[in-house]
Write a protein of this length. Structure first.
Length: 405
């Protein structure tokens, strides 16, 4: 074999970054996060416009985290077995658009609750399945997860701003149709997605490294540790998510300043996603969770102690670590330690436990804590982050060897 032939063979064996695939994945993230960027800040406004009381709005919003627990894992299992996560995402996006459209024709709290549950079941698996496809492509050397995922965060900021402008000019009714349009757009662009890898058999055994399950139990110890640590890190954000805006307003900040603080946190998250591959290379999943937990201890302790604007700016920048490093570490763990045929299940379980069970339990607790302690509730969040740090050190196995896709 000549030197030229050897080099040619090497070029075929080494995967190259696929710009077109990265672009297609990024477009789908944009479409889905446009929907999220309208839904999260403005859907409560639309519900109130329909005449619902604050307690009824709270109930409708509170059911969403629990739909992730029920709907996401079965969707992940089906995607792994069929190898058709892309088509499942398309079908779910179509159902999401139809479900949102149904809100226009339903009256009364009971009917709105039923549709809310249905829409929750539909939206819950979409982002975890998309994450699974993206980290699968990353494991093959075709894309980098962070630079692809950051376009979702950027779209969230843009949609939130545009939604606010349209709300002011067109009134509350426009919110529903923005969501219908965003969901329909997501269904169309999801046709660009590649297929997944079909499961060819039972999970690999424990000798090849930690996986979701092993031969002796339904859950491997390292994977359980991964779920517990990431759930604690997600739960530590509960007071901020539920009462950050309210607390800052009671401390004298105006609405525009509060809005800029939230935008700053997402911008910081985008910066971390842009360098996610380097962060993973430097620290690995466990190091990223230690960074997230340590930053959380600092962030929540400072927010419990002061509402001074310069300190708030710095603490919002720490969102890059408390959330960004947490999520990048989770995706790196799944890419490294979970076989390709189980990644759909892994990402949906991460979503179900981390943003389903964790936030579904911590958000109501945050309400009680804030009612009793006001800003002091952040001290409990600091303790939650500290517990995650201790568990990361004590429970998770350090395994830096990449797993074959």
């Amino acid at each position: 074999m000549t030197t030229l032939e050897i080099h040619a063979m090497g070029a075929r064996l080494v995967p190259r970054h696929d710009f077109r695939l990265a672009l297609r994945l990024s477009i789908v993230y944009v479409a889905i996060f446009v929907w999220m960027g309208v839904y999260l800040p403005y859907w409560p406004v639309w519900l109130a416009h329909r005449g619902l009381s604050p307690s009824e709005v709270g109930i409708l919003l509170g059911v969403s985290p629990w739909t992730r627990v029920i709907a996401s894992p079965p969707a992940g299992r089906w995607a792994d077995r069929s190898g058709q996560a892309n088509r499942l995402i398309t079908g779910l996006a179509v159902l999401l658009a139809a479900g949102q459209w149904c809100f226009a024709w339903v009256e009364g709290f009971g009917g709105l609750l039923l549709i809310t549950v249905a829409v929750g079941f539909v939206i819950a698996p979409i982002i975890p399945l998309l994450d699974g496809l993206t980290i699968g492509a990353e494991a093959e050397g075709k894309v980098s997860y962070g630079p692809v995922r950051l376009w979702g965060s950027a779209a969230f900021i843009g949609a939130s701003w545009a939604g606010g402008e349209l709300l002011e000019r067109q009134g509350e009714a426009i919110i529903l149709w923005l969501l219908v349009g965003a969901a329909a757009g997501g269904a169309v662009v999801s046709l660009l997605l590649p297929g997944g890898e079909r499961s060819a058999g039972p999970p690999r055994n424990e000798t090849e490294g930690p996986v979701i399950s092993d031969g002796s139990s339904s859950w491997s110890r390292p994977f359980v540790g991964f779920l517990v640590v990431t759930a604690l890190l997600h739960a530590s954000h509960a007071v901020l998510y539920a009462f950050g805006t309210q607390h800052w307003r009671t401390q004298g900040l105006d609405e525009s300043t509060v809005g800029l603080l939230w935008a700053l946190s997402v911008l910081a998250e985008i910066v971390l996603f842009a360098i996610a591959r380097r962060m993973d290379g430097w620290l690995g999943p466990r190091g990223l969770w230690l960074l997230a937990g340590g930053a959380g201890v600092v962030r929540w302790a400072v927010l419990a102690s002061t509402a001074s604007l310069p300190w708030l700016v710095v603490m919002q920048v720490l969102h890059a670590f408390t959330y960004g490093a947490l999520h990048v570490g989770a995706m790196a763990y799944v890419r490294r330690q979970v076989p390709a045929q189980e990644r759909g299940r892994a990402t949906t379980l991460y979503s179900a436990v981390g943003t389903g069970v964790a936030l579904g339990t911590s958000l109501p607790l945050a309400g009680w804590l804030y009612g009793e302690l006001a800003g002091g509730a952040y001290w409990v969040m600091a303790a939650c982050s500290g517990t995650a740090v201790l568990l990361t050190v004590g429970l998770l196995q350090a395994d830096s060897k990449p797993r074959r896709p």
